[in-house]
Design a protein. Sequence first.
Length: 565
Amino acid sequence: MKKILIVGGVAGGASAAARLRRHSEEDQIIMFEKGPHVSFSNCCLPYHLGGTIKEAEDLVLMSPEKFIKQYNIEARINNEVISIDRDSKNIRVKNTLTGKEYNESYDKLILSPGAKPIVPNIPGIEKINHFSIRNVTDIDNLNKFIKSSNSRNISVIGGGVIGVETCENLKEAGYNVTLIEAANQIMKPFDYDMVQILHKELVDKGINLIVEDKVCSFENKNVILESGKKINADTIIMAIGVLPETELAKNSGLELGPLGGIKTDSNYMTNDENIYAVGDAIEVYGALFNDYFKLPLAGPAQKQARSVADHINGMKINNKGFIGSSVIKVFDYNGASTGLTEEFIKMKKMNIHYNVIWAIPGDGVGLMPSSNPLHFKLIYEVPSGRILGAQAIGKGNVDKRIDVIATGIKLNATIDDLKDLELCYAPPFGTAKDVVNFGGYIASNLLNGDYKQISFSKVRNLVEENAYIIDVREKDEFELSHIINAKNIPLSEFRERINEIPKDIPVYLHCRSGQRSYNAALIMENLGFKNSCSIAGGFMGLSFYEYFNDLTLNRPKIVTGYNFD
Ligand code: FAD
């Protein structure tokens, strides 16, 4: 019989405990949780603010009583592990209600203490009502406070997943919400070109979104920004990120990694063979860039926990590292991302040759009322075609597409593999050739050199340089709105009007989403033109890309209007 102690009773801790029990009926398993709840849904916390989850208690999935009855696992709530004596293999525990301390011995110890929200010491913070969101008590306190204090104006600081989900839920509950982000974009799992769709959705739904501006101080119910802007706020929610909870590990001489998380080997073992660590507190191996990174997500925490339970019970684990897959709902839009983003590749200064495709096909058959444009970006290595990452944003099932790509990445798939994938199809669900297949087609066409493309994000430069742009949409579409100075030669007239097109300067072709301009580019290639380039993502991609900055930067527009559908 082994005695296994676990620090932390939520995602990683509870998963490890349950798996350990499935391995052995004899082992003694005790889980220590410093808070009043074990096994609650952190990911659902923001949905209590919007009323989707009515009662805070509903966020708690298991009780200590259920753990005993169903799993014979002892879950000691309100018990904080305050130190580890590695020589004698004992932990010191403090009951947070009574203050009483005691020792507990272990054969194996698993650390899953999670992460703590960063609350910077901004001048004036002590004078303003501020909250952060990590557990059921936090969300319950916040919800009760904004209701009882009649808060109207709430500022959320930080545009990561917690900040954005919190904004949406507060808005749905009827508050005036400002979201302040110091970087030039929210949601780092998305590249700047893709995230503009989410920026637009937030402002369309009434969020006062401020990017590229830092909070300097708080004064008299105002948030003062570096730009000089003052935002009136009764309540502040800090969501600028989390730091691994490492005090316990550090104080007991366990090694930390260069990013400040607990260092573990591929079996999640620390530098002490009897102590493992999982979840938000550790650094994980990045399978796509051969280095460690922090990945504070529930799925990885639970998978690591299962692996540790297996390893303690003598099973080999196959840790291939992590690629990072995530999904978010932002009002009417869903966004999913996996693997590397372009911004990450640049930030890490990765020595890698890659290319990118953008496409905006329908997520279902166009005749079906449920069909919507699906904005898709795929990043792949050149010349191998190995898939490196993908992002999808739309009103429908983006996670299905990104999950397929994530699976492909884990199995070392290339763009050629995407072409052949047999994915489910019926009109309410998708198209006979899914966007994932299209990704493979477009990428391999580009890799073969069949045609050239440029991103919609480069169009502003083209317009400023007075480049030769042809809009191949039909006349009525062009008349509704178009790029300033673009010439209209509809695809249906393209062949008969080919002589109007110059051969000696670059010619940029676009349509609504990139499909017709791809055909026009091929007509030109096949007729001997060497100067055509299709604008990927087309006028719709451009409209989404330009909109938020047009609205907030007070700059000249490069389109006569927008087309968002
Ligand atoms: P946790 O689940 O946080 O558990 C750690 C526990 O350890 C805490 O309860 C803490 O009180 C306890 N503890 C710490 N120190 C001690 C100690 N010394 N003694 C005793 N107990 C201790 N991830 C997703 O994948 N998708 C999402 O949509 C998503 N949404 C999220 C929304 C919110 C609001 C939050 C806060 C997180 C969200 N996450 C999401 C992240 C996800 O919840 C975490 O990655 C995951 O819970 C990490 O698991 P963990 O076991 O490492 O830490």
